[in-house]
Design a protein around this ligand. Structure first.
Ligand code: UDP
Length: 334
């Protein structure tokens, strides 16, 4: 089934990979992105419209000019530390501006919405692995803002028959297996790109944020999931709504159900970059506020309901794709 899809935030890390997946799947793609954190150069398929979800007139004209079959929304602010320092920005961008988008969908009769949510909606886990029914008690404005939108989506499903799938990502990572896209954040704060930038020379030593966690090696454990696998889940969610299999407001965790510690990530990366003659410099640091010790998903619901089967679940594969991309960026920088 060919569809016309609006990808909001399609110039960002995950959104740009999504645009590729949709375009190769034969869908027509329009990207709306204000380029505040994304890059026009990352929109390699589809049509880029530079604009913001803050701009309700722009949204009205975009929805008036195009008959979209569905909307995917990646344009959130997503840094925990920043959200603690600037909550107003997070609630405005992630909640208020998302309402603008949802209202434009409702007034133009667009019925299917895929939303980028996060494991941060759970807060400090009370049980691991984390299933969708785990209590939602976010501990920072970023997680709270995403949970608020999930709640809004439940009410919009009931009142306006807006179907939605909220996908709670664990640690999005890796890069396009063909080497055409990858992670570009400025500033970069995520572990895997920082580790690899330390090797390529584009960054300094990577700091391990705490070695005194109650985990086997004392460092935080996360569930790293490949960006291409995340995008596949979005495509499946859209198809499930379009075919009527998913109705109302549904929520799924996306992770590999396997934890890797910060130390393990550095070890895997170190082995890989040494094969190319590079070395990662590591230094010890203190804990980063707001980091739970362990976040690992139970993703069985996405597997069963959406038929999601991650293809790039091995950490070595995720890091290898990210390293391929990092080397390309380092070559560009000369
Ligand atoms: N981390 C680290 N050093 C860094 C960046 C991250 O030790 O320079 C740790 C961080 O404390 C967390 C894990 O790596 O335990 C993953 O962090 P990231 O920022 O990549 O993703 P998040 O879990 O915040 O979504």
């Amino acid at each position: 089934m060919q569809m016309k899809i609006l990808v909001v935030g399609g110039a960002g890390y995950i959104g740009s990979h999504m645009v590729k997946r949709l375009a190769l799947g034969g869908h027509e793609v329009v990207v709306l992105d204000d380029l505040s954190t994304g890059f026009a150069s990352q929109v390699k398929w589809g049509r880029l419209v530079v604009g913001s979800t803050a701009d309700t007139e722009r949204l009205a004209s975009l929805f008036g000019e195009n008959r979209f079959d569905g909307v995917m929304h990646f344009a959130g602010s997503s840094l925990v530390g920043e959200s603690v320092a600037a909550p107003a920005r997070y609630y405005r961008n992630n909640v208020a501006h998302t309402l603008n988008l949802l209202d434009a969908m409702v007034s133009h009769g667009v019925r299917h919405f895929v939303f980028s949510s996060t494991a941060a909606v759970y807060g400090e886990p009370v049980a691991v692995p984390i299933g969708e029914a785990h209590p939602r008690s976010p501990i920072n404005p970023y997680g709270a803002s995403k949970w608020m939108v999930e709640r809004v989506l439940q009410d919009y499903a009931a009142a306006y028959r807006l179907n939605s799938v909220s996908l709670r990502y664990f640690n999005a990572s890796g890069a396009d297996p063909d080497g055409e896209l990858g992670e570009c954040h400025d500033p970069e704060t995520h572990l895997i790109p920082l580790v690899l930038q330390s090797a390529s020379g584009r960054g300094g030593p990577v700091t391990v944020f705490g070695r005194d966690y109650p985990t086997p090696d004392g460092t935080c454990i996360r569930d790293y999931v490949h960006v291409t696998d995340l995008c596949e889940a979005h495509a499946l969610a859209l198809e499930a709504m379009a075919s009527g299999r998913c109705k109302g407001a549904m929520t799924f965790n996306l992770g590999n159900e396997e934890g890797a510690s910060v130390h393990a990530v550095i070890d895997v990366a170190q082995e890989l970059v040494r094969q190319d003659g590079y070395e990662i410099a590591v230094r010890e640091g203190s804990r980063r506020p707001g980091d739970p010790a362990v976040l690992v998903a139970d993703s069985s619901l996405a597997r069963q309901t959406l038929g999601w089967q991650p293809q790039f679940g091995r950490l070595s594969q995720i890091v290898a794709h990210a390293w391929h991309w990092e080397k390309a960026l380092a070559r560009q920088d000369g």
